[in-house]
Design a protein around this ligand. Structure first.
Ligand SMILES: [Zn+2]
Length: 294
């Protein structure tokens, strides 16, 4: 159920912000000292005075919602629908009656504040990559492409405006990660697989050459599948989980035409967050969305 009450009451929204922001206790955002004293209010927000640095702050200070003339409840609604329903910025501009530019900037700010995923891999891990058409100016129509076969031909790089996105599906933990990279080469792949809980990691890959050095590395047990055109010739080893993630990400980016390659990482984090709240009820989903950026 959509947490409607929070979206119509600024008081409720402000209370929720305070609850989440100070979940580990109130501290001064300027000097990190704990136990500041209450010092009146600023709009709907509690204001505090720090006894250490003598500066004041409120619940909003130092957050992604700081210095905004737009009501907090509107930002909560915007972020909720953006993450939950993949609402486009154009649509948000109409829904919350805030200019496109203002919506765009604030959502970007939120996305930049999201925690970077830190995979702790248990294995076996499926790894696969896809390439996003994304230039710097973002004029080109975005789209995913898969490059089949053993050669590196057709596989893109960041410089060629076709940055690779790696998909890691850890069967051990059940977690999936989508990580943008500058290039699909062996050092990037080693780095992606570096954080693991066991000494040796089983990795399922396709026949892409950049995965080959994993064979000679004692830290990895590589098994691979061969693609024949669009079909996987696979017996018991397969990268199906990665494949379904691939399909899921396409409609996610499509409302945001002309994605710029330097914005790819924030978009992928949003995608990750969306998966995280997929089965959570409204109130809980909103809390999780806010927690990741506060
Ligand atoms: Zn202070």
């Amino acid at each position: 159920m959509i947490p409607l009450k929070t979206f119509v009451s600024e008081r409720r929204a402000a209370n929720l912000l305070a609850q989440i922001r100070w979940r580990d206790g109130v501290y001064c955002p300027h000097c990190r000292t704990e136990l500041p004293i209450r010092y009146g209010s600023y709009r709907m927000f509690q204001q505090y005075l720090c006894k250490n640095c003598d500066r004041t702050f409120n619940d909003q200070t130092g957050t992604v919602f700081e210095h905004s003339a737009v009501e907090l409840r509107k930002w909560f609604l915007a972020l909720y629908t953006y993450i939950r329903f993949n609402t486009s910025f154009r649509q948000l501009d109409v829904e919350i009656d805030v200019s496109y530019k203002t919506v765009y900037r604030r959502v970007q700010r939120f996305l930049r504040a999201l925690d970077a995923p830190r995979p702790q891999l248990e294995g076996p891990v499926e790894i696969d990559e896809l390439y996003v058409k994304a230039g710097l100016k973002g004029r080109e129509r975005d789209g995913w492409s898969r490059s089949r076969g053993l050669s590196t031909r057709g596989r893109g790089t960041y410089e060629q405006d076709k940055p690779p996105v790696f998909i890691l599906a850890d069967r051990g933990t059940g977690n999936r990660y989508m990580l943008a990279a500058k290039a699909a080469d062996k050092s990037t792949i080693r780095l992606l697989l570096a954080d693991r809980t066991e000494e040796s990691l089983t990795v399922y890959t396709d026949g892409f050459r950049a995965y080959e050095p994993l064979e000679d590395d004692d830290a990895f047990d590589r098994e691979y599948v061969v693609h024949s055109d669009d079909e996987y010739v696979a017996e018991d080893v397969h990268v199906n989980t990665c494949e379904s993630q691939d399909r899921a990400s396409d409609p996610w980016l499509s409302p945001h035409r002309g994605i710029s390659k330097d914005k790819l990482t924030p978009y992928l984090r949003a995608f990750q967050l969306r998966r995280q709240v997929l089965r959570k009820p409204g109130e809980e989903a909103l809390k999780t969305i806010l927690e990741t950026a506060l």
